[in-house]
Ligand binder design. Structure first.
Ligand code: SAH
Ligand code: SF4
Ligand code: F3S
Length: 447
């Protein structure tokens, strides 16, 4: 038997992207408002939620592993409720119940407001799913339960109207919708009042943000947010190359507190592949956007996503991807091999014809090129002074803090009198391919 109260405590395991992390905060707030309590860890919780990601097969494998463990836990602990929420159930629907008997309930990204009543129904017996799309749902008015007191995510738009051939996100997240401008500003004001030092605006395609009633596009929104929170760093992700406008880049260039970092997924260096992927632009246009960004923001840090071994990829297409990486010299990249997703255009119309071993070999070549470039860029930073927002104690030593540069590089530095939340200049004295090392150079630059 569970002790009293435990049946109303919950613990959320979060997988996937930053939007899922933000959603877990929304779920926690919605449950708390109905009298549920967040547990410190899984063992203290009577309700365990997995907030899941469906973007690649290995993301799904991780959930399976977790559900296997929860199945054992449920045998030992009668009354424990297990829910799977987020992108996997939205995509796999009720078949989840037969695949994984440990699951008691399912909810999708648009139905989190129904979770409290869903839980009550499940408690009185049966398995339930709440998986309707709701293209109006932005969770306006829900104040999320946040992790930490330094950085905060603010989802400003949700969903995706693109149809990239490989991607399941439009099927898991539904149609695009934007948070009203005034409601974003209200949230930012609250974050400023609570002392947050970094605000990241989120959206699957954040630069298609559009509030037609108040007349704001993403460039105007970003400008307004940065003015509302002048002492905080402002970031945003993810941008689609076709929607990066010069007006937006000018806002980033002009506003000192917007980080000069743009994450701009390219997916492939070959126009032929971009066409098969249905990305809506050629590689030349991508290169032009990068030139435009670099001419307006010379020190812009650029990062990207790239997929190896998509349907029909030839050796020449792969070489084009390697060449692109060498030419652009991204600060960092998220690199994947293609994983076919049921229901997508690619799964329905293209053959997944690159053998697994070739996909993996190409991915490794991509990783090798990118690691070399990141290493060179990081080595090149030795001797410079970089503005860093301290985030936490370093994992290796309590004498050191870990923070990030505006370009999102991890920086580990001697603590001195600084604490997490401080913005300071760090003199860079060393580097690995993933971390810069240094010591404080001046006093806090903006606080
Ligand atoms: N909305 C964002 C990110 C979507 S998912 C964007 O448009 O850029 C994050 C990344 O996962 C994608 O950019 C892509 O590189 C990768 N990805 C998506 N589907 C994939 C698949 N089926 N196989 C391998 N990688 C995939
Ligand atoms: Fe997926 Fe493309 Fe939409 Fe990004 S833009 S979420 S890759 S469909
Ligand atoms: Fe994954 Fe869903 Fe995000 S599929 S990447 S958690 S939008």
């Amino acid at each position: 038997m569970m002790e009293a109260g435990k049946s109303h405590t919950f613990f959320i395991h979060t997988f996937g992207c930053q939007m899922n992390q933000a959603d877990s905060g929304i779920i926690a707030a919605l449950l708390q408002a109905e009298g549920y309590l967040p547990a410190e860890n899984e063992a203290e919780a009577g309700i365990i939620l997995l907030n899941t990601c469906a973007v690649r097969e290995n993301a799904v494998d991780r959930i399976e592993h977790c559900l296997q463990h929860l199945k054992g836990l449920k045998k030992r602990e009668k009354g424990l409720m297990v829910g799977v929420v987020g992108c996997i159930p939205q995509y796999r629907k009720e078949e989840m119940f037969s695949l994984y008997p440990a699951i008691d309930f399912l909810a999708g990204p648009d139905t989190y407001r129904t979770l409290p009543s869903l839980l009550e129904q499940v408690r009185s017996g049966g398995k339930l799913a709440s998986l309707e799309f709701n293209a109006q749902e932005t969770y306006e008015g829900v104040e999320p339960l946040r992790q930490g007191a330094i950085s905060a995510f603010v989802p400003v738009m949700r969903g995706c109207n693109n149809r990239c051939a490989y991607c399941v996100v439009p099927f898991t997240r539904g149609r695009e919708r934007s948070q009203p401008f005034s409601s974003v500003i209200l949230e930012v004001r609250k974050l400023v009042a609570s002392g947050y030092r970094e605000i990241t605006l989120l959206g699957q395609n954040v630069n298609s943000y559009c509030d037609t009633e108040e007349g704001y596009n993403f460039a105007l929104l970003l400008d307004a947010v940065s003015q509302e929170a002048p002492l905080a760093r402002i970031r945003f992700t993810t941008s689609h190359p076709k929607d990066i406008s010069e007006a937006l880049v000018r806002v980033i260039a002009n506003r000192p507190n917007i980080c000069n970092h743009i994450h701009l997924p390219v997916q492939s260096g070959s126009s032929r592949m971009l066409d098969l992927m249905n990305r809506g632009h050629r590689i030349e246009e991508y290169r032009e956007k990068i030139s435009m960004i670099r001419s307006l923001i010379p020190d812009a840090a650029l990062s990207t996503d790239i997929i190896a071994g998509f349907c029909g990829e030839q050796e020449a297409d792969h070489q084009a991807s390697l060449e692109l990486l060498s030419d652009i010299r991204f600060d960092s990249a998220y690199m994947f091999f293609y994983s076919t997703r049921q229901g997508t255009v690619a799964a329905k119309t293209l053959a997944d014809d690159v053998p697994e071993a070739v996909k993996k070999r190409r991915l490794q070549e991509i990783i090798d090129v990118q690691n070399r470039i990141s290493g060179e860029l990081f080595q090149g930073a030795i001797g410079s002074v970089i503005e860093v927002l301290a985030e936490s104690e370093s994992r290796r030593s309590c004498e050191q803090l870990m923070g990030r540069s505006a370009g999102n590089r991890a920086v580990v530095f001697d603590r001195a009198d600084y604490k997490p939340g401080d913005l300071l200049n760090v003199a860079i004295t060393g580097a690995t391919s993933a971390t810069l090392i240094g010591r404080p150079a001046h006093h806090d630059t903006r606080a």
